[in-house]
Write a new protein. Sequence first.
Length: 280
Amino acid sequence: MQALYAIISIAKYLYYTETDFPDVKSYQDVPIILLLRAEIKNTEERSEQTPSPIDRSKKWLEWDEFLLCVQKLKAECSERKANKGKRSETAIAQSYQRYLIFAFLAYMPPDRQRTLRELEVGRTLVKTEDNKWYIHLMPEDYKTGASYGEQWSLVPDIFYLELEQWLNKWRLVFNPQHNFVFTRTNGEPFNVSNFGIFFKSVAYRLTGKALTPHLVRDMAVTHFQRQGKSDAEMASLALAMRHSREMQQRVYDHRTAIEKVKPASNMMLEAAKIYPQKAD
């Protein structure tokens, strides 16, 4: 698909003198571009029907396993070792950061890693007059901003203590050269690559699974679908995760085909029990 997108860009350049753009929207009067777009659509459809080559079992955690990881990371924030000796400030700071990154994904509808990487006190992470923390995103701050606009998400007070200790004390240990909430130990901001590596290494140490931040989104949707949450609840979760209900069902729900039809099977069986069969 990336190759096809590149070829379309070349076609637009080659045939721009033959189109009536912008009078004809998006080069819809150039046949080769229409053919390429049709091929992209066909490729998307084939992709959706083709099993992923990735062995998800090497990365996937059930939701209760993920929550257990978060609890372990919170316990690691202790300022003393098991033998009662005091830990270094660097070690304590690293523990706080690991716990908070996982907590944001576990105790709130899990967001994309960009939101965590770009959290900034006073801009995307704000504290209101009633001492509540919120993640505040403008359309330019997240992938689907053009569709969902300005967003406010309440940060649960379950980790306010650790968050404020991190912001007021432990974050400063790394002497960050930026305003983002989370930072590399050398004081530089995270990028897409090293944030993913950081997250994966923490998960692998605790579980032996190479979990990624984005996969947490899939895990959450699949967990709550298995719990039989209502359409209204799942629609609310989709909105909080800033994607459509259709996207939630098509991309993030990884229940098996058997799991997806089980409620219908149970419904039919329950209906049959109301009218027990009688012999002639």
